[in-house]
Design a binder for this molecule. Structure first.
Ligand code: AMP
Ligand code: MG
Length: 439
């Protein structure tokens, strides 16, 4: 248990730390992204053996050797991914064996399986290069790979626990799930402390503001709870983490911190499995037997796409219009041309007329409308790039807002869609506050 508030999501107090070394020239050249490293990072954290050291090296024996030693100084379990293929550029097996001073021997079972595999593919005999894939470390383990020819290998000694995994992601994941996880549980079981997380999703408040307000409301003693802020374009997730204790104690600590920050987050919070506000919005619309439609300009259909992301959208979503030109706003949504001339396409009267038009044209109970300057061109002194008017209509009332969103064109569009969805969500759940005053 930590002394005092633990405000960072700290990995330093865990019992078992892991390292992941990804091997491959293609990774260094940027031709392949190291997704294995990311995947292993997530899985090992869940298992309670988080990755605290990670690196990428080329197919160079000395580099692999150096990296293995560096990793072992910092961690207990080292994973080396890739470079187990049959070609001469795959050096991982030999490099690790040399560095650890552990010999390689032919495993008769592996050799047999390889020969069978090649016969079944119509070859008479095993190509000589492939024989290297039948080698295993002395005193170690073979982790069979049903999805490819290179098995995983475990180098084991009094002070070494180094696990080699094939590079192709679907093979690596299969070997990990099937063999590595049970092996870690068996060898390290009681020392693995899987973290318990609780995610609190927010949208409509900046990370810095949220973090500052939360620091003010937190109790002095958070016990073992760590807090992390995870910002995205669409909002900020607050992640509470506890790494030890009985289930009841853990839930108790999490409840206590969640209650403490509730007053800060209540206006911005939504609950969803995938972290998508639309899950919550669609759930509320469905519960109220409400239908929704959209009228979009600068978001070009993004709001409609978001609303249709999940199965069952047809229960609530009737349709949408992308009305990009002034004429289409007039023809398709019934926006008064006088408004467009007087106030311009990016204006409060126009966005409200768009929201009304959508409800009327589609016969929906609710609607969302967006019009703005996504950039990079098109900004003016009074309406600079990022200026966006959005509106939500619900049970005959329209709420409208203007924001000046930061970021490039894509970021402005993402943020606009999210803000507009959040406005309707606030109206539907009857949430008060500055974001949802109904006019
Ligand atoms: P290798 O085991 O080095 O022969 O890798 C075979 C293939 O697996 C490579 O060509 C990559 O496409 C893929 N691969 C290897 N390492 C990684 C990695 N760290 N992340 C994602 N893909 C990888
Ligand atoms: Mg390779």
């Amino acid at each position: 248990v930590n002394e005092g508030p633990s405000r960072a999501n700290d990995q330093n107090d865990v019992a078992v730390r892991s390292a992941v070394i990804a091997v491959g020239d293609e990774l260094l050249l940027g031709q392949t992204v190291d997704t294995n490293g990311a995947w292993l990072g997530a899985r090992l954290a869940e298992l309670g053996a988080p990755v605290t050291y990670r690196s990428v090296v080329g197919d160079v024996e000395d580099d692999i050797r150096g990296e293995v030693t560096r990793a072992r100084l910092r961690t207990e379990v080292t994973f080396v991914c890739g470079g187990l293929g049959p070609t001469p550029d795959d050096r991982t097996r030999e490099a690790v064996a040399a560095e650890l001073g552990i010999g390689l021997v032919v495993d008769p079972l592996l050799l047999d399986a390889l020969e069978q595999r090649f016969k079944s593919h119509g070859f008479d005999e095993l190509p000589p290069d492939n024989a290297s894939q039948a080698m295993m470390p002395v005193g170690g383990l073979v982790l069979p790979n049903d999805r490819g020819t290179a098995p995983g290998l475990v180098f084991l000694s009094d002070d070494a626990f180094v696990i080699l995994l094939p590079g192709p992601p679907r093979e690596m994941r299969w070997v990990f799930d099937r063999h590595v996880e049970p092996l870690l549980l068996e060898r390290l079981g009681p020392r693995l402390v899987p973290p318990t997380h609780r995610l609190i999703r927010t949208t409509g408040i900046a990370e810095s503001v949220l973090s500052e307000r939360i620091q003010h409301t937190l109790p002095e003693d958070l016990g073992p709870v760590g807090i992390a802020f995870l910002p995205r374009l669409t909002g900020v997730d607050i992640r509470l983490t506890v790494r030890s204790g009985s289930t009841e104690a853990v839930q108790g600590w999490l409840d206590r911190v969640e209650e403490a920050i509730a007053p800060v987050v209540e206006r911005y919070r939504y609950d969803s499995d995938h972290g998508d506000l639309v899950e919550s919005l669609n759930r509320e619309l469905r519960a109220g037997s409400l239908t929704v439609s959209t009228a979009e300009s600068c978001t070009g259909g993004l709001v409609a796409r978001r609303l249709t992301e999940y199965a069952g959208a047809s229960d609530v979503f009737l349709g949408g219009v992308v009305a990009y030109s002034n004429q289409s706003k007039i023809d398709l949504l019934g926006v008064d041309s006088d408004l467009l001339v007087r106030d311009g396409a990016v204006s409060e009267p126009v966005v409200r007329a768009m929201a009304l038009g959508a409800c009327e044209r589609f016969g929906s109970d609710a609607s969302i409308a967006v019009t703005g300057v996504a950039g990079p061109g098109g900004g003016t002194k009074t309406k600079p790039v990022g200026t966006v008017w959005y509106a939500a209509r619900h049970r005959g009332h329209t709420a409208s807002r203007v924001r000046r969103f930061p970021g490039d064109r894509s970021a402005v569009r993402e943020r606009s869609a999210q803000a507009a969805l959040a406005l309707l969500y606030d109206l539907v759940i009857g949430r008060g506050g500055d974001r949802s005053t109904t006019e």
